[in-house]
Write a protein that binds this ligand. Sequence first.
Ligand SMILES: Nc1ncnc2c1ncn2[C@@H]1O[C@H](COP(=O)(O)OP(=O)(O)OP(=O)(O)O)[C@@H](O)[C@H]1O
Ligand SMILES: [Mg+2]
Length: 313
Amino acid sequence: MIYTLTLNPAVDRELTVPAVEYDAVLRATESRVDFGGKGFNVSRMLKSLGTPSTAVGFLGGRTGSMLQEGLKELGIGTDFVWVSGETRTNISIVTESHSHYIKVNEKGPLVEAAKQEELLAKIDAITKPGDWWVLAGSLPPGVSEDFYARAIRVLNGHQAKAVLDTTGESLRLGCAEQPFLVKPNVEEACALTGLSLDTPADIGNAAAKIREMGAKDVVISMGKHGALLQSEDGTWLVGTPSIQEKNPIGAGDSMVGGLVWALTEGFTLHDALGWGVAAGAATASQSGTEVGSRTLIESLREHVSFENLGVKS
Ligand SMILES: Nc1ncnc2c1ncn2[C@@H]1O[C@H](COP(=O)(O)OP(=O)(O)OP(=O)(O)O)[C@@H](O)[C@H]1O
Ligand SMILES: [Mg+2]
């Protein structure tokens, strides 16, 4: 089974207006609701590729119930720990021309220590050897920075594979528990290692440093410049297909989804990253929060290139 962990989910409500004005009643010409969360994005990509997954994390209140229902309607399994506050709603007001926006994000409910323990106990109870867990996104108020690290310790104890996609201290502590894979983007890798990342060689050095921190395999994503993979077998630069970019937000989550899907289909890490890169490119070519379709991913996969940098570490 593939599980995706989303600790700080949100209902994202986007209202489109002709123009943004203060001290006036604005009339929305369009509105849409999305279920926001890095782990959910990964689950949506897995669904697009035809593989089921279960979303796990914290939900609260009526907004949480709505989110759970919405995920079920998308065909994504759910297994949440319920907290006493209300899951957050994030509001975006965007102009029809997309020239201006206002975005207001709520902090999210405080997650008490007992609820964090309950979630770790749930992970311990449901994980079977060979399961895949994607741990993605930021932490809600109250959750300690070592939460992902503790979750990875539990997963490793069950011979499950942990894929970590987060930032900052939470990423650093997570690496020390030896997850199967971490996937920072260039900015996140730069912040984690303190190295400046201007050339592929720099990025290879950062990947080596992240492996020294404990992660077994590292993928550093570089947007339209593709990705770099470093494992015990070597280092590869992976070229992404050229697409017309519409919305790159969430491309990294799709990449993780495509990569994990391919690994569960039996591809090697190297080949699986080809699928991940194609999935990221497919989603970057879609507008809004759409994820790329399987047909598009299959056609983009043929245009992914690999360059062996030959660096072993
Ligand atoms: N404009 C683009 N053209 C082609 N491929 C792209 C483009 N943008 C993203 N990709 C693909 O998607 C992958 C992930 O993108 P990126 O590095 O932007 O992730 P990210 O910053 O983690 O994104 P997010 O956290 O918003 O999901 C890239 O490695 C690349 O393969
Ligand atoms: Mg990302």
